[in-house]
Ligand binder design. Sequence first.
Ligand code: ARG
Length: 588
Amino acid sequence: MKKILDIITKEVTEAFREAGYEEKYGKVTLSNRPDLCEFQCNGAMAAAKQYKKAPFMIADDVADKLRGNAMFQSVESVKPGFLNLKLNGDFLAGYLREMQKDQRFGAEKAEHPQTIMIDYGGPNVAKPLHVGHLRSAVIGEAIKRMGKFAGHHMIGDVHLGDWGLQMGLIITELKLRRPDLVYFDESYTGEYPTEPPFTISELEEIYPTASGKSKEDEEYKQAAMQATYELQHGRRGYQALLGHILNVSVADLKWNYERLNVSFELWKGESDAQPYIPDMVEKMKKDGFAYISDGALVVDVKEDTDTKEIPPCMILKSDGASLYNTTDLATIVWRMKDYHPDQLIYVVDKRQELYFTQVFRCARKTGLVEPDTRLTFIGFGTMNGRDGKPFKTREGGVMRLEKLLDDINEQMYQKIAGNQSMSEEEARETAKVVALSAVKYGDLSNQASKDYIFDIDRFTSFEGNTGPYILYTIVRIKSILKKYQESKKSAEGKEILPPHTESEKALMLEIAKFNGAMENAFEELAPHKVCSYIYDLANALNHFYHETKIMAEEDEQVQAGYIRLLELTKDILETCIDMLGFSAPDRM
Ligand code: ARG
């Protein structure tokens, strides 16, 4: 369906033409004075110059042409030269009826669907997820779902941190504790056991212990580096251990992401990029892009227009070892080869922005991507505690994601169990659903690049701009629909009617913005725009609810029209929260 703004603009454009002015002045926008009008056109102001006429005279001419047009309830020309428009209720109701008939509520699918790979999550193997990983997962998942809704082929890749010293550290510590394990016997040529020699909790204890030791003990660190080297150069026993570390760790990560309603199409890691490094490096050298500087292999990526220094992209260290860079570049190689994406999106901490500038420029310059492949970095800000500093546990340690979710689930449970006649089980389940909305909406409603304060009390509130408020609104609608059904009535075959009141019209106008709002939110890869749309929609719904006797309405047609309107509101709210990656319970 066409966007309502475009439909109105077309009409106004026509009127400009009929009145003898150029069509380009007919652009209509949402009103910035909702007290005066619903839509406005400021074109007469701009046209005044060209026609050497007072703007209000032009606005008058256009208004004359628009009067009597069935699309508008009122058209006013206001000095110095604005056109103030209010929509006709029939027209608006007609638009909403069309929306209601459409499974996508009037949002069109992308004309040219693209393949878009999105790199988010970015957890590191053998390290527990902490709150630092929350934002990437939550924002990345939302953008992926928004893209899917827009009709694109979205591929999420978790890009595991599974390469590098942390693996050597784990192997070294394990060897010290259990030297008799078959993985350490270099003469062993048989099959390795399929059962891992550790559990996830052991693994999560081994890694920090090893990491701590390596910082104090040079010899230990050397051993870990040696183990890393041997692992990366094909030592069988170590590769078998890596397999176990990955399996155990990934199972745990999956469980954690599931709790967040986050999932990935691909579980590739840094290690998957390694086979592509030698050829890539060779080609960069051969093409004359990579050269030796201070022993290291680098590619220059600075550009004439840079206002700040962009250092060269380092491809290999002087000892020939690859880096985080190299892995990201080689990852681009297999992504292009296997998926031919039109766009690659990275959702990573904004402190890595310079790094990604280097990687992107290097990829472009050395021809790893097509000239028209879009490379997009979405850098997110820090999640802070109420003290404005990066979020920590009460003891000042790094907060595990698991713990954070447990805490917030518990807080929500207390809230829900207190005021409802629910069984404990239902209250627990509901608490989880509502708590997730609190965490996700609390994050997503902020512009991603900004830091924000993780304030459990505010996020879990049922009032204000919060996830639970949105869910509460949906639950409110569900409960009215249920009551209506229980009264043995049915709105089937009935339609949304022209608005009877201002608050009903305001709700209808919000609904009509759906397709435009979603299109704009995805264009800007901005989940916060979806949030602000549903916040406005929920407010309009609640205002309408408070001003309207829905269940007590005696005219059955009118009542059925209300019900249809509520259904549409609910469907749109649910579509939007699904894009944001959470859902609503039946009651709360
Ligand atoms: N594992 C990294 C970290 O914890 C994030 C990975 C981001 N993605 C990427 N392609 N570099 O910082």
